[in-house]
Design a protein. Structure first.
Length: 275
């Protein structure tokens, strides 16, 4: 078992909602990633989503696309990302880490090779944007054998049939995309999110995290009332981009922002019961 189910079980017992920040490994410079991961935990992160830089991140908006470009310009590879996870684990053996990325870098290593290296490094799960369940039976089997959770995306357009198919193969948690489009786009409507979550919960027994469109403490608090996890990516990466020329300022700035989100989330009563 990965650390992810234990993390959510502990939070549920405390009546708390998880806070999951996303950062791209190696952005804006590789040496900052591991120290920043520790800052995220200290500021209240319950789980870290670590982006694997990729040249064609089709599901990501311009902000996160540029973060991949900056990391790739520093020649950050999947092997480097796994090394960062290993370094993080030297001081933190508790916080779950999910690798978020695309299939091509995994195929370069080979499914077995990737799974073994990811497990050895200390990763807990993988979110592969372009590996739908219909086309990833082998990947699912290999990751499951290695004890790695496979996190899947659900969208506002997901049908009950699609939700059921995801429920069959997903583990750890599922990631509900709160708005249509790429990361960082659109307007967040919490009522619409709540309306969509209740049919998902009827089918999926795993915790449901909600991301895309969460920009500040107020929106994080609203989502925390209906979700098991609040996932924040573009708002963090955009702040890092603005400080890319002065990377020494990034840890304090991101730590302060995440602390605001944590305070706002903890100010709610936790996920509401959804019929």
């Amino acid at each position: 078992m990965s650390r992810i189910p234990q993390c959510f079980a502990s939070l549920k017992a405390q009546g708390k909602t998880a806070l999951i920040p996303f950062v791209t490994a190696g952005d804006p410079r590789p040496p900052i990633t591991v120290p920043l991961m520790h800052v995220l935990v200290a500021a209240g992160a319950d789980l870290i989503e670590l982006g694997v830089p990729f040249s064609d991140p089709m599901a990501d908006g311009p902000v996160i696309q540029r973060s991949s470009e900056r990391a790739l310009a520093r020649r950050v590879s999947l092997r480097d990302v796994l090394g960062m996870v290993r370094e993080f684990r030297a001081q933190d053996d508790r916080t779950p880490v999910v690798l978020m990325g695309y299939l091509n870098p995994i195929e370069v290593l080979g499914y077995d090779g990737f799974a073994a290296r990811a497990k050895e490094a200390g990763a807990d799960g993988v979110l592969v944007v372009d590996a739908p369940p219909e086309e990833s039976h082998e990947l699912v089997a290999v990751l499951r054998q290695a004890g790695l959770d496979l996190v899947y995306l659900l969208a506002p357009t997901s049908t009950e049939e699609r939700i059921a198919k995801i429920a069959e193969v997903a583990s750890g948690f599922v990631y509900y995309v709160a708005i249509k489009g790429v990361t960082g786009a659109g307007h967040l409507d919490v009522d619409q999110v709540a309306d969509k979550l209740w049919p998902i919960r009827r089918i999926v027994e795993l915790p449901v995290g909600v991301g895309f469109g969460i920009r500040d403490a107020a929106s994080a608090a609203r989502i925390a009332r209906v979700a098991d996890a609040v996932i924040v990516g573009s708002a963090i990466v955009e702040r890092m981009e603005n400080l890319a020329d002065t990377p020494q300022r990034i840890p304090d700035a991101i730590g302060a922002f995440l602390g605001e989100l944590r305070t706002a989330i903890d100010g709610t009563t936790g996920p509401e019961d959804i019929p």
